[in-house]
Write a protein that binds this ligand. Structure first.
Ligand SMILES: Cc1cc2nc3c(=O)[nH]c(=O)nc-3n(C[C@H](O)[C@H](O)[C@H](O)COP(=O)(O)OP(=O)(O)OC[C@H]3O[C@@H](n4cnc5c(N)ncnc54)[C@H](O)[C@@H]3O)c2cc1C
Length: 293
């Protein structure tokens, strides 16, 4: 049985930063990632608030993070459970069992799916959760973005450069953010903001052709070719020990959970703001805490 000093779950910006610090500190470290390096970065069209870069797209930033950890071993498996027995953590993936003295969980969160019965039917046939991945499929066409978060606004701006017209549909009167990108969206001639409206039905034969939107005054049909839904995120915490597996995780000032030697960093932490710069700060703090033990 091989017992690693540190296992990191998730290779988004938080997990990769933790790996960078761990490797430089000489820890015997392994990353377990269920998909690919980069996490949510892969879905971000442009990042303007990451220090050191005026503007960088998410894929390029992910590749830069990856270059920094080229010597850290990584396995592409999904973690299914994490338990502590005496002083050792036992991590069960879909393929193997791993053991570690310390664990850093950086599994982030997942996009909340659109809760309409017909949503699955139109997935990848007009309905998408990632403008960067699918926006170019609808070049020159008409689309809509659903949501009022910073992500929804940022991706509306991105789509406005590809699509002929973009409707930004938000179910509240006010947006949750008031940033530079919102001002840019308001100024865009080919963006129409519809609020407070909710999307209540998707329509179309083989693919999405229109949606029904509803306010407290009216219902109307919008002809569109694509709908990008940004409806918030749910914590990827289902594999955690019972004491901490409910939603986002509470941590102390060093990002340690109530379970000794188990740290949670990045978007999975219970907090007000979720940003790359916050995630990477938590990552370095957690590893430096481990190194000092
Ligand atoms: C559209 C959009 C735009 C954004 N724009 C910005 C921006 O401009 N600036 C900014 O600072 N932030 C931005 N953010 C937020 C930023 O992306 C996150 O704060 C950041 O990615 C959090 O990093 P993380 O490593 O904690 O989580 P994530 O990036 O979510 O990475 C988590 C990783 O864990 C893996 N994982 C999950 N479950 C398991 C499991 N069971 N087993 C193994 N691996 C698992 C996932 O596959 C993923 O790779 C944006 C987010 C979105 C969605």
């Amino acid at each position: 049985m091989v017992i690693r000093e540190l296992i990191i779950i998730g290779a988004g910006p938080a997990g990769m930063t933790a790996a960078l610090y761990a490797e430089r500190a000489g820890l015997d470290v392994l990353i377990i990632e269920k998909l690919y390096e980069g996490g949510k970065l892969i879905n971000i069209s442009s990042i303007e608030n990451y220090p050191g870069f005026e503007n960088i797209n998410g894929v390029d930033l992910a590749l830069n993070f990856k270059k920094n950890i080229k010597n850290v071993p990584i396995v592409y498996e999904e973690v299914l459970s994490l338990e502590k027995a005496e002083d050792i953590f036992i991590i069960q993936t879909n393929e193997n069992v791993y053991y570690a003295k310390f664990v850093i969980v950086a599994s982030g969160s997942s996009e909340r799916p659109l809760k309409l019965s017909e949503a699955e039917r139109y997935l990848n046939k007009g309905l998408s959760y990632c403008a960067v991945c699918d926006g170019s499929l609808y070049k020159g066409k008409v689309g809509a973005v659903m949501g009022g978060s910073a992500s929804a606004i940022k991706e509306t701006l991105y789509l406005s450069k590809i699509l002929k017209r973009v409707y930004l549909i938000h179910r509240r009167e006010e947006f949750r953010v008031n940033n530079i990108e919102l001002k840019k969206v308001i100024e865009k001639e080919n963006v129409t903001i519809l609020k407070p409206y909710d999307v209540i039905k998707l329509l179309g034969h083989d693919k999405l052709e229109s949606i029904i939107i509803k306010s407290n005054k009216e219902e109307k049909e919008l002809e569109i070719n694509c709908l990008f839904a940004y409806l918030g995120n749910d914590a990827n915490s289902s594999f955690l020990p019972n004491e901490i597996k409910q939603g986002y995780v509470k941590v102390d000032k060093n990002n340690e959970t109530i379970i000794k030697n188990l740290f949670v960093i990045g978007d999975l932490v219970e907090k007000e703001h979720r940003q790359i710069s916050i995630a990477i700060g938590e990552a370095s703090l957690a590893v430096l805490t481990i190194v000092n033990r």
